[in-house]
Design a binder for this molecule. Structure first.
Ligand code: PMV
Length: 320
């Protein structure tokens, strides 16, 4: 009744922002992401009749704030009548800071919970269960480039291209490590209710998905760069125009974007993307990784850079 799973975070190039159905956590838009290799979250789930309530340890410390969502995820995977669980989670990167830690955490929790309960679920079912807990987590059930399709009553995720087929690199510039001010679920609802740009964001998404999908299938870096930066800046425009406004960037985030613009002007194959946090992810071709990581590490205010390739799907690593 115990299992451990590892999942890697993914970052969206074509972003998910907005929910169609809050209760079932269905996204209002499809999205395309890349799963990262060097960052990971390892989650152990132990189901035990001896426990009177669920327990959660995150990086060695008791965590009450995430416990409700983790318990809800276990209820969905194992069933509400389940034994209580001891859940232990460890990430090798800052959590709740816009580095997609909820994606890897809920993907790993879903896989570990199914393993602990002895359930042999297909990947698409695991993705649906993980996605019900955190929309982006569904994509971490797949490696490489994944597309989350949002149609009908459910979500479906497909691998667009394997890691080996297009081994892009990502340089993550850490500009701050504190937790974000507004969690993404609350922030998405504020955007839906108040941003004057929300409806056009939703309307244009299928076009951006088509352009990005075609660029990935053609290994067209410039094409992917253009649509990804545009989609990222549109999402942040929706956030900025919300009331209250949600500005996840800091001054170092802006400086990193300028560094990427400078590298592009010098002919470097790189583009940026930023999620609900201040970190900048610079996606580049492997031959440009060194110059990109040096330039970002030297950008004033950058605390750390993490260089990563594209990673594998969430998986079970231990089961008893
Ligand atoms: O899955 P959530 O609720 O953590 O939302 C993810 C939102 C973004 O990271 C900003 C975009 C995305 O598609 O991952």
């Amino acid at each position: 009744m115990q299992a451990t799973a590892i999942a890697q975070p993914n970052i969206a190039l074509i972003k998910y922002w907005g929910k169609r159905d809050l209760g079932r956590n269905l996204p209002a838009v499809g999205s395309i992401s890349i799963t990262l290799s060097e960052l990971h979250t390892e989650v152990s789930v132990e189901l035990s009749a001896d426990l009177s309530s669920d327990e959660l340890l995150v990086n060695g410390e008791v965590n009450q704030s995430m416990l409700v969502r983790i318990s809800g995820c276990l209820d969905k995977v194992v069933g509400a009548e389940r034994s209580r669980a001891r859940v232990t989670s460890r990430s090798n990167f800052p959590i709740a800071a816009g580095l997609a830690s909820s994606a890897s955490a809920f993907a790993a929790t879903t896989v570990a919970a199914a393993g602990a309960a002895g359930l042999n679920l297909e990947t698409d079912e695991l993705a649906r269960l993980a996605g019900a807990a955190s929309g982006s987590a569904a994509r971490s059930l797949y490696g490489g480039f994944a597309e989350l399709k949002n149609s009908g009553d459910t979500i479906n995720v497909d691998t667009l291209c394997d890691v080996e087929a297009w081994p892009l690199q990502v340089v993550v510039a850490i500009t701050a490590t504190g937790p974000k001010a507004t969690g993404s679920t609350a922030a998405m609802e504020i955007s839906r209710e108040t941003s004057p740009f929300y409806d056009s964001w939703i309307e244009q998404q299928d076009h951006d998905l088509d352009v990005a999908r075609a660029a990935i299938l053609a290994r067209d870096f410039a094409g992917l760069a253009g649509v990804s930066e545009h989609n990222c800046l549109k999402m942040h425009s929706v956030m900025w125009a919300s009331r209250p406004p949600m500005v996840y960037w800091n001054s170092v985030t802006m400086r990193c974007m300028q560094t990427v613009r400078q590298l592009q002007a010098e002919g470097c194959n790189v583009f940026f993307t930023i999620d609900a946090g201040p970190q900048v992810k610079a996606v580049c071709l492997p031959e440009d990784t060194k110059v990109v990581s040096k330039a970002l590490a030297e950008t004033p205010g950058v605390m750390q850079v993490i260089i990563t390739g594209l990673g594998a799907a969430a998986r079970l690593v231990d089961q008893e």
